[in-house]
Design a protein around this ligand. Structure first.
Ligand code: F6R
Length: 642
């Protein structure tokens, strides 16, 4: 745990952080510590025979907190009888028992599992008439005031910096009110509502004023995708464009973060600007590359003055002059570039990212969804195959929820038409088609597809994945559809990783005994599927570690669909020429169901092939900018040492 104490008079970090932050190793640890603070407060109030007034949030961020509070209630006898709570917000309109209502969320995750009195919890009412909302909101605030205000307010943060549903533009003295939701907020929520069209446009939210009046505020944020907005909120100017930045003016607010969410804070991202540090190889590389990019200079053009003027004179004192530091880092970066991702046979490999031996390697590429292999590492995939390695693909999930309904109908009707044309009596296929048509026509938003429809959708994606593999030249026996069970809920919400997922993963590794494993280290995937798939690979590899063949097995992590490795992290960069970029694009096009506006578009309106090309080009441009060779595109990898 790294704690930031801000010394208001002299503090170093004050230059950067204008609000308290605590960064934990992971969200589980962080949630536990917040739960403990809440539990302590509840107990103090109990001893004083006073109510404890909590402000509560929904969304993904507080889930671990509520789970821990429930555990404390069940195992440690923490009572909620003196708790009075006020939730931040509710969609409008929204029926309380709807699957997406915050009432339901709170009841399922907390209220129904502890002994809070039903009359003591408050959640804005999503069923009011429009005319009644203003009065209702005034009363909501009046109730809070009558109890002496909120003792402890829990917040999450939106990608745009919203707190509650106080979107960008909300004023610091804003009241509890009906608000229109930002497009980005609706896009983020659209997964839960099966598409943007079904996602509410408005919500009732507690205003910023009441949040700021809370005696204590804890904002929780997890994951890399929150890192930029956390930096803006904590270190940036106080602005209504980033409502969380108002918390800089609160005298008892803390941003509780996991490592990833805190990763862009200056003291973590560029610690040498904040304090004296121990210069490790990793930090030197990060600092030098960051400096070159910041000054828009190739590495070899950095001067002593550049280092000194940018807070790195101690590095120069130890490892300088600039020329020496530059050349060292330049060479390191140069050595990451290879057109031989499986190792170059008969070459000196002492400075190459991969071993030359064995010349023909067995490789498993784990692909969380059926298109991640080609999107994220299509160029490398093809290179590995073309260079004679035995490449196996493990498609970890069916990806069936990402297929649109009309796409499923198109394929089902194809089977029926085909059968009719050739007189194939397959009434069962027709029955399935008819059932699918009836189901999909009447499908309500958030309704889970029937197993048959899911199967059809899964088949579509399987066919596309196979088409990509054939395009590369991979034979059928090297294509493995794993269909990990954690994914097969039919809903966006997946099960946590289970023993079966790990076992299926280790079974495949054991069967192939690979020299290389590629896995998606793309942790910003909004549904978390990539994270679970990666955890399954990590766990399987750890369990298999004692096996003899694992001594020869290297694990490489790729990224690409949602984010890219930082240039300072890259350990292998596989360059591509313009022709190879086009080949890769054709491979991605095999995934027709994921083209032209997909079910899960996210906030990025580009298609997957465009995102991949942009990222790969950007990586190549970074290398160019740093003074290395200029390629059309580059796929980047980081090695995971286990
Ligand atoms: C929820 C709320 C929102 C969320 C925010 C982050 O009650 O008011 O501000 O806290 O949108 O959502 P997650 O935690 O899902 O990333």
């Amino acid at each position: 745990m790294f704690k930031s104490h801000i010394d208001k008079s002299t503090g170093f970090e004050k230059r950067f952080e204008n609000a308290g932050t605590i960064v934990y190793e992971n969200s589980a640890e962080a949630s536990k510590s917040v739960a403990k603070e809440i539990a302590d407060l509840i107990r103090v109030r109990q001893a004083q025979k006073q109510p404890c007034i909590l402000g509560l949030a929904t969304g993904s961020s507080p889930k671990g907190l509520y789970a821990e509070l429930v555990r404390m209630h069940k195992e440690e006898g923490l009572s909620f009888k003196n708790v009075v709570s006020f939730n931040l917000d509710e969609y409008y309109p929204m029926e309380p028992d709807s699957i997406n209502s915050y009432v339901r969320f709170m009841k399922e995750l907390l209220f129904d599992q502890v002994d809070i009195l039903p009359e003591n919890y408050h959640i804005p009412n999503g069923m009011l008439s429009k005319e009644g909302i203003a009065d209702y909101c005034d009363q909501y605030e009046a109730k809070i005031e009558a109890l002496g205000g909120i003792d402890l307010q829990i917040l999450g943060i939106g990608g745009n910096g919203h707190i509650g549903f106080n979107e960008s533009g909300s004023l610091q003295n804003s009241k509890t009110r009906l608000v229109a939701l930002d497009h980005v907020t609706r896009v983020a929520a659209s997964n839960d509502f099966s598409g943007l069209n079904n996602t509410p446009r408005t919500a009732i939210t507690l205003g910023i004023k009441k949040i700021m009046e809370a005696k204590r505020v804890i904002l929780m944020a997890w994951g890399e995708r929150k890192s930029n907005i956390i930096k803006a909120s904590v270190e940036g100017a106080i602005t209504n464009q980033v409502p969380a930045s108002y918390l800089q003016e609160h005298n008892n607010a803390t941003f509780v973060l996991d490592k990833e969410a805190g990763s862009k804070l200056t003291r973590i991202n560029t610690p040498w600007l904040v304090e004296k540090i121990e210069w490790t190889d990793k930090l030197i590389r990060k600092a030098v590359l960051g400096l070159a990019l910041h000054l828009n200079k190739p590495i070899l053009m950095l001067t002593d003055a550049d280092y000194i003027e940018n807070g790195m004179s101690d590095l120069l004192a130890n490892s300088g002059p600039a020329y020496d530091v530059n050349i060292n880092i330049f060479n390191k970066l140069q050595n990451t570039i290879t057109g031989w991702p499986g190792g170059k046979p008969n070459a000196d490999d002492s400075k190459r990212p991969e071993r030359a031996e064995p010349a023909k390697k067995r490789v498993i590429i784990f692909s969380p969804h059926p298109d991640d292999d080609i999107i994220s590492m299509g160029g490398t995939f093809k290179r590995l195959h073309d260079q004679g390695h035995e490449v196996h693909i493990g498609y970890q999930t069916s990806g069936n929820i990402a297929v649109a309904d009309d796409e499923a109908l198109r394929f089902a009707s194809f089977v029926c038409d085909y059968n009719n044309k050739f007189g194939i009596k397959n009434t069962e296929a027709e029955d399935i088609y008819k059932r699918a048509v009836t189901f999909l026509k009447n499908k309500k938003s958030s309704e889970i597809d029937t197993e048959e429809v899911r199967y059809i959708k899964g088949l579509i994606r399987k066919g596309e994945a196979r088409a990509t593999c054939h395009f590369i030249g991979i034979p059928d026996e090297q294509i493995h559809f794993m269909e990990l069970p954690f994914y097969e809920t039919g809903a966006i919400k997946k099960n946590p990783i289970g023993i079966a997922d790990v076992k299926m993963t280790s079974d495949l590794i054991e069967k192939i005994k690979p020299h290389q494993i590629y896995a998606a280290g793309d942790l910003a995937d909004p549904h978390g599927t990539h994270k679970v798939c990666l955890d399954a690979v990590f766990e399987a590899v750890k369990r298999l570690k004692p096996e003899k063949y694992m001594k020869d097995c290297w694990v490489w992590l790729y990224r690409g669909a949602w984010q890219e490795w930082g240039v300072d992290e890259i350990e292998m960069a596989v360059p591509m020429g313009p022709g190879q970029v086009l080949e890769k694009r054709k491979g991605i096009f095999k995934h027709q169901s994921q083209k032209d506006g997909v079910v899960f578009q996210g906030t990025d309106s580009r298609e997957f092939w465009q995102r991949a090309e942009d990222r790969n080009r950007e990586t190549a441009e970074l290398y160019d900018q740093l003074g290395l060779s200029h390629y059309a595109a580059m796929e980047a990898f980081v090695r995971w040492i286990y």
